[in-house]
Design a protein around this ligand. Structure first.
Ligand code: SF4
Length: 359
């Protein structure tokens, strides 16, 4: 038997039962594929159910406010995905009357739909004869054919796509693509189960004892460190938050007033920053003794894909409203904070905060 028939044979008997496999409409497939881009299957399943319950059709998603979409997405990270989905839902409703386009070229025109997602929708929903390759597929092919090219290179992508295309059964692309994913998740995993693998006889990496070395990877640049100093002002039972607007992480999410510094600083050093002085306006810290924090929380390093956030939250109980808070931030009853879309970091912090604020 060749690669494809062995893979499909294995798939017939071992496929994973996953909620998104029960539907073959492009909307549900698209939602699941975007959620799963950077998310583990177990976590993704919960978000998938929640998302479809809130936005059962592309029309519901297109009609929603962006904040509503971000709130459902909260905790999944990579919020650009949610914003792009919202944008794409609007395009599908306005340009395609709510019906997903059926060609790869049209799908690729939509925000947030790259080659893989377009191929996944095309093959799972419309049976198009295309390969949908993601991490699992690349890993299997890199090992089976002992491809030494680093996975990140454009040349490697081309090699893998050509190899997969040679194996693709044109009348059964959906099963082939699903099989690659499931096989990569259950057998040819990062630590592969070669001794129970039906492909082992022909697998070059296994025969040459290279399974640990493949797929080859480029050396990664270390993540950038960032230092976030959050000022959690409370006045009676109200606190103040602002929306992140810049093209940066967490765009569109809410957070407490933030001063980012180039290195870790003490509260005293923070008070000497231009931003802090700007917050005080013409006043000086000595004129605001109440600004000394009641409580300071240093969070564990918060790791994102290319950066690590070192965050400190300073709780400051105010006696009077500071003018800059009134001008630049939204007052929110502390108990209502959970109604706003916030980052996972702030969400983790709120556990402490609610104790601090006595809520
Ligand atoms: S033999 Fe091992 S490395 Fe090769 S395809 Fe099977 S599980 Fe992957």
């Amino acid at each position: 038997m060749n690669f494809t028939s062995q893979l499909l044979d294995w798939y017939k008997n071992n496929k994973r039962v996953l909620p998104w496999k029960e539907r073959n409409d492009p909307y549900a497939i698209w939602v699941s594929e975007i959620i799963l881009q950077q998310t583990r299957v177990q976590q993704g399943a919960g978000y998938y159910a929640k998302f479809l319950e809130k936005f059962p059709t592309v029309f519901h998603l297109a009609d929603a406010a962006e904040e509503e979409v971000l709130r459902i997405w909260q905790g999944l990270g990579y919020y650009t995905r949610a914003r792009n989905m919202h944008k794409t839902a609007k395009t599908i409703v306005s340009h395609y009357k709510g019906v997903f386009p059926t060609t790869i070229e049209q799908l690729r025109q939509l925000s947030g739909i790259g080659p893989y997602t377009a191929a996944a929708i095309g093959s799972f929903a419309f049976g198009l004869p295309v390969v949908a390759l993601e991490g699992n597929g690349y890993r299997i092919l890199a090992r089976y054919y002992a491809v030494e090219e680093p996975l990140e290179s454009a040349r490697a992508k081309k090699i893998f796509t050509d190899l997969a295309n040679q194996q693709l059964p044109k009348d059964n692309s959906a099963a082939f693509n699903q099989a690659l994913m499931d096989f990569g998740s259950l057998v040819c995993t990062p630590k592969p189960l070669c001794h129970s693998c039906p492909l082992s006889e022909a697998c070059k990496a296994f025969r040459e004892d290279k399974t640990d070395l493949l797929p080859a990877r480029q050396i990664k640049t270390p993540p950038r460190n960032r230092y976030f100093n959050y000022l959690v002002y409370t006045l009676d039972n109200t606190t103040f938050i602002g929306q992140r607007k810049k093209d940066d992480i967490w765009k569109g999410l809410y957070e407490f007033p933030l001063i980012e510094t180039a290195e870790p600083v003490t509260f005293q050093q923070l008070c000497n920053t231009e931003m802090f002085k700007h917050m005080l306006g013409t006043g000086t810290l000595s004129a605001f003794p109440e600004l000394i924090p009641d409580d300071t929380r240093t969070m564990p390093p918060h790791k994102l894909s290319h950066q690590t956030i070192y965050a400190v939250f300073y709780n400051i109980r105010l006696q009077n409203l500071l003018p800059f808070l009134q001008q630049k931030y939204v007052p929110v009853a502390c108990k209502d904070l959970s109604q706003y879309a916030i980052s996972r970091l702030t969400e983790k912090y709120l556990v402490f905060f609610h104790n601090f604020a006595g809520l």
